[in-house]
Design a protein around this ligand. Structure first.
Ligand code: 4NP
Length: 154
């Protein structure tokens, strides 16, 4: 890939779904030598500065993905100029991002699961208030979709 591509994953808190996507997609890109710059953010500010949720870190670690060092930040309008592709982890966050997108934004804004071969309703379900299984389910979706995303970018 000649040009570096910049991809931003965005969920609500930036402590569960989008940091997992950041970690999984970064590992895939590194393994394939793809020149992609990757970050994640949340549309909410509740968890700014925090590490990913312990349950998400454990799930990632079980699959050999390290997201321990990531820290939550809030998505801002300037992200639409810094990134080529902004991917919302669900439809609510897509709407939240549309609300802060500047006119003439450089970034393309899409749902993450637009790249999923089996996209369901388009949402990566929010695991925060659910049972432990939700985190494993999120991992399965993120892993499958990240593979498909990298194939599209390559
Ligand atoms: P995330 O999950 O958007 O995948 O990071 C959530 C984290 C925190 C909250 C909601 C969702 N919260 O309400 O605090």
């Amino acid at each position: 890939m000649a040009q570096p591509q910049r991809v931003l994953f965005v969920c609500l808190g930036n402590i569960c779904r989008s940091p997992l996507a950041e970690g999984v997609f970064r590992q895939l890109c590194e393994r394939q030598g793809a020149n992609v710059e990757i970050e994640s953010a949340g549309t909410g500010a509740y968890h700014v500065g925090e590490a990913p949720d312990r349950r998400m870190r454990q799930t990632a670690r079980r699959h050999g993905v390290d997201i321990e060092h990531l820290r939550a930040r809030q998505a801002v309008a300037a992200d639409f100029d810094r990134f080529d592709l902004i991917l919302a982890m669900d439809r609510n966050n897509l709407q939240n991002l549309k609300a802060i997108a500047p006119t003439n934004a450089r970034a393309t804004l899409k749902l993450f699961r637009d790249f999923d071969p089996t996209p369901g309703d388009g949402d990566v379900p929010d695991p925060y208030y659910g049972s432990g299984d939700g985190f494993e389910h999120v991992y399965t979706i993120v892993e499958r979709t990240s593979q498909a995303l990298l194939r599209q970018l390559s």
